[in-house]
Design a protein around this ligand. Structure first.
Ligand SMILES: [Cu+2]
Length: 507
């Protein structure tokens, strides 16, 4: 029995939608007209290099070079890509909470770009958002203190309005923050051995192996979806496990696809962390939804020694409260299938090796984290997501009726205060909403407390059609009236089309 994360009301209550999917039929990965003839034989999962940087005068320094490259995703085709210190994606950066880091980012991709530190709390000028552009041939060197709990964060291009195509071609990488506490509670923690990152990215390829972007009519409204899955840049990956407890830190680094992850034999697993750190307690489950920008930290038990595959399906797009065109049962299912919404993927073939390390006993409590209490919030702001008349082929994506304008500051927040932000989604599509600067807490989703897996620190939250989410944000420090932070939909095509706004934090 698959118990789904009680996420946004109605989003998963898609019995009819699922039935209609069966009628239409899921399109198996690799069978589309786009990628015919491309051979992606199973290969070992690539593990991103982990950089520790060099320490100079007490500052940990990393050097990143954004560059063009050629990737070999398939045996019989080359693919032109972008990467950081490599041909596709970038190295993982290891940082310790409390230390100061400087990252020298050089741009050599042939066009202006940025690099944003997704999930990190830092001064707006170091954020790498759309105002911190790096012209081709230039270097940008932000320096900041690591003020985080231990967690997996990530970095990616945030170049308005070309975030979608730049990330799609490969401009992203991982950040691991470690702290005293998380390293001492017994979680698997040997990188690449029993602590494995998985960056999930669906991609569409032409028959010659080239990346196809926005080549189908629905891509602009729905967001770019592919029919092949890359995991850390590997097609059809397998992983030979040398431990009975395997920790998977999973990033949905896709432009717009939402995954529902589960194991092929239905076995349960334990979620130990979310976007910004450990959960208060481990949460056992059989299936979990991951929207673009979100991360999860899970531990799966391989003591039975059996091969098992981590798989993904597309969650049923049932609408909350029965609203929304896409949510309408059979019609939603058919439209979803026609628009490339539905596809099943094998994410990772896990092959337990002989002589494995024995399973760890997970702690009963992971992190002291009080429930979010909005009593001290000084104000409530409301954000209404909009898609204009995109369905009819025109219009703009917006928040509170206004598309993103680089020269307009939408909200001004006073430093040292707490606020409640209410995000409403009256549109027919789900939107993953991301806020820069702070890790927030979810107060409620459609009036109900979040599921235990969403009770921790978050920077991205999925909002279903018709959904309403209340967040508690604490703006403890860092103020700058001249440099804004962003809040936006993390469907990158929606973001590029204007579903974004700006806020400053002032003293
Ligand atoms: Cu969106």
């Amino acid at each position: 029995m698959i118990s789904r994360r009680a996420l946004v009301g109605g989003f998963l209550a898609g019995g009819v939608g699922m039935a209609s999917a069966a009628v239409v039929g899921n399109q198996p990965a690799g069978r589309s007209i786009f990628s015919q003839g491309l051979n992606g034989e199973p290969g070992p999962l690539a593990i991103p290099d982990m950089l520790s940087g060099t320490v100079e005068d007490g500052v940990r320094v990393f050097d990143l070079n954004m560059q063009k490259g050629i990737s070999h995703f398939f045996d019989n085709a080359d693919t032109r890509t972008l990467g950081i210190n490599g041909s596709y994606l970038g190295p993982a950066l290891k940082m310790r909470a409390g230390e100061t880091v400087r990252i020298n980012v050089s741009n050599n991709i042939g066009e202006t770009s940025t690099l944003h530190w997704h999930g990190l709390h830092l001064p707006a000028r170091a954020d790498g958002g759309p105002h911190q552009t790096i012209a081709n041939g230039n270097t940008w060197s932000p320096q900041f203190e690591v003020r985080q709990n231990a967690a997996m964060f990530w970095y990616h291009s945030h170049m308005v309005p070309r975030t979608g195509p730049q990330v799609y071609q490969g401009l992203a990488g991982l950040i691991f923050v470690e702290d005293e506490h998380s390293g001492n509670i017994g979680l698997p923690g040997e990188y690449g051995v029993d602590d494995i990152p998985l960056v999930l990215q669906d991609r569409r390829f032409g028959r010659d192996g080239s990346l196809e972007y926005m080549s189908a009519m629905q891509d602009r409204m729905m967001g770019m979806k592919g029919d092949r899955l890359l995991v850390n840049g590997t097609i059809n990956p397998y992983f030979v496990a040398r431990s009975d407890s395997l920790r998977l830190r999973i990033l949905n680094g896709s432009n717009s696809r939402i995954y529902q992850l589960a194991f092929s034999d239905g076995r349960s697993f334990v979620q130990t962390g979310s976007d910004g750190g450990l959960l208060p307690v481990p949460v056992r489950m059989n299936s979990i939804i991951l929207a673009p920008g979100e991360r999860i930290d899970i531990v799966v038990d391989l003591s039975d020694g059996r091969h098992v595959t981590l798989q993904s399906t597309t969650p049923s797009l049932g609408a909350a409260g029965g609203g929304g065109m896409m949510g309408g049962g059979m019609m939603g299912g058919i439209m979803g299938a026609l628009m490339g919404e539905r596809a099943d993927f094998d994410v990772l073939d896990i092959r337990p090796d002989a002589g494995r390390r024995r399973a760890v006993v997970l702690p009963e409590r992971l992190l002291n984290l009080a429930a979010p209490d909005p009593a001290n919030a000084v104000r409530t702001r409301r954000f209404v997501l909009g898609m204009g008349m995109m369905m009819m082929g025109g219009g703009e994506m917006s928040i509170n009726g206004r598309p993103m304008d680089m020269s307009r500051i939408d909200e001004v927040v006073r430093v040292g205060t707490e606020e409640v932000w209410v995000i409403e989604n009256p549109t027919m599509l789900p939107h993953p909403f991301h806020i820069h600067d702070v890790q927030f807490r979810i107060i409620d989703i459609n009036g109900r407390p979040p599921a235990p897996g969403e009770a921790g620190l978050k920077d991205t939250v999925l909002i279903a059609p018709g959904g309403r989410v209340r967040l508690l944000l604490s703006f403890k420090d860092y103020s700058d009236p001249d440099s804004p932070y962003m809040y936006h939909c993390h469907n990158l095509e929606h973001e590029d089309a204007g579903m974004m706004g700006q806020f400053t934090v002032v003293s």
